[in-house]
Every structure is written in C-alpha cells, then in structure tokens.
Design a protein around this ligand. Sequence first.
Ligand code: KG4
Ligand code: ZN
Length: 332
Amino acid sequence: MKILSIESSCDETACAVVENGRNVISSVVATQIDEHKLYGGVVPEIASRRHCESITAVCDEALEKAGMTISDCDAVAVTYAPGLIGALLVGVSFAKSLALAAEKPLIPVHHIKGHIAANYIAHSELTPPYLCLVASGGHSHIIKVNDYTEFETIGRTIDDAAGEAFDKAARSMGFPYPGGVHIDKAAKQGNPTSYKLPIPKTDKPYDFSFSGLKTAVINLVHNAEQKGEQININNLAASFQNTVSTMLTTKFIQAAKDNNYKTIALAGGVAANSGLREALAQKAEENGMKLFIPPISLCGDNAAMIGSQAYYEYLKGNIADSSLNAVASMKL
Ligand code: KG4
Ligand code: ZN
C-alpha cells in the first residue's frame, strides 16, 4: 500500500510517498528556518503563509521523485494534531481536497505518533511493544507503545519541552534559532563538568522539568555579562547538554527498568543530539536493553514518518471524512 503523506505542523512543509509503513519511496522537506531565524523563533503567521506557498510544489516534487502520480497512491495521510493551528490547517485542507478529488481514503495522523514511527522506517526489526522517549521542540514524553496505534504516556514535562530548553538556552549563549544543533556542535569542544547546573526535581518519577535549568543558564550568562566576566560558551554548551542528557536518560532508563522493557526507542527532533544518543546507548547497553534511534534525517519533522504511522492507522480503520479539522493540542 502506497501512501502520500503530508506534514505542516510547524516550520517544515513536507510530503512523502511511503510503502507499507516501512519503505520510503520519496521524501521532500522544505524548511522555513532561515526566515524564522530572523525573529528568534517560529512566527505562526509566517509559517502558515509559507506552507500555503510551497505545499503544492513540495507534493508535486515528492510524486515526481517517486515516479508516480496521485492515482498510483492508495491513500492520502496528513498530520492533523498537535501543532500550530494555522500551519496544520494548510496541510489538512490540502490533504482533504486532494483525497476528495483523487477519490482516495484520508488518514489523519497525530504528529507525535509520527515521530515514534520514524523508527519503523529505519529499523525493520522493530515491532511493539517497547518504551519510547519522545523529545522534540514541543514535547518530552515517556510513552508505552503497546501496539502500533496504542499508546500510554507515563511521563511528561511539567513545564518546557527539551527542545524548547535547548533553543532558549542556546539563545542566551548567542546562537541563532533553532539552537539545539549549535549547542550540540559547541559541546563537542567543551568540558561537560565545568559548569554546575541544577537538575530540577519533579513529584512524579518519570516526569521532566526543564524551565529551572533553562533559567539557570540564562542567569549565569547575565551575571557574567554584568560582572564583565567571560563565559566559555563551549564549556557551558557541554555542561547544559550533559545535564539534559543525564536527566532524560536517567528517568527513561528507570522507567524501562521498572516496567520490564528490554526494547526501548528514542524519537523527536532532540533525538538528533549526539550527547543524548551516546548517553542513552551507553545506559541501554549497561542494562541489557536494545535501543532503537532513527537516523538524524528522520529525527526532525518530515512526512515519511507520517506516512509510516498512517499505514498502521489505516490497518486499524482510522479513516477520516471531509469534516476532519486541525487540532492545536491533543493527547496521544
Ligand atoms: O521534532 P522537531 O523537529 O519539531 C517539533 O515537533 O517540535 O524538534 C525540533 C527541536 C528544536 O527544539 C531543535 O532545536 C531540536 O529539536 N534539535 C536539537 C538538535 N537538532 C534539533 N536539539 C539538540 N541537539 C540537536 N542536535
Ligand atoms: Zn516534530
């Protein structure tokens, strides 16, 4: 089954053709980052406009690269939640029209479920059940993946998401948006134990909190500026990354141990972080767990992951009609 999938929940307009949930025939991602960078973050109104301008060309390109037309596809899938409402609406409206005109079933996909499914594309041997840590710009969740379409969230951030903390800390260090990747690069040249940063506590064992850590970095930079002291940015980036990786890894591995998981996975934009990937790989090995991580190209927002999840939604009969609407926030 070949599915044309569309993703427009934030600042990437993406389209892919995916076969049977696992085989990516084509995948196109048009990013708007250069424009949002000017404002230090995503400007929702600009995001919606750029999605409108590029969605037709992006979908044409995905079909062309696949050597197919829409009539060769068996269904149309789209991210309908969660995300920026105006951005989501562009993808949903486009997908609804396309599905109606081409007389194809329309499959609604939850963005976070898509991030998790990126692992199915990269790892043909991965099947549920397993425990997944999703860390992105908007989410930090520990999720029991009981089946392809059955999820249970057992841990979440009580304030900022991991990616948000990366981006805000990066901003205070002088890096452009989105700063996660810049912290990653700088951290490679720094000493991770040079700055002592707080590990925020939470009431529930698998919940996360990043806002105190983010504020600690911002205050550290401000205080140094006021006193005319030099900050070693590489060392601060390495210390911050090390603290976030330790926090995520410790709680996630504990959750896996407590719930008897031997198979675990990582997903979301922050899964691209080299410090987190290494820390988790080491802890998984120490605990005899098999860890799955998508390649960097599938960690950030893309439509291939949406096409993968869409296949399993279709098999479960999750088909939408033309009343499908975009939803800004939605639980798994
Ligand atoms: O999943 P994603 O592309 O979009 C959302 O669904 O939110 O995640 C984007 C987030 C941004 O906060 C970005 O800074 C972060 O992922 N990110 C990274 C790295 N690459 C992307 N964070 C840390 N290290 C990276 N290498
Ligand atoms: Zn995402």
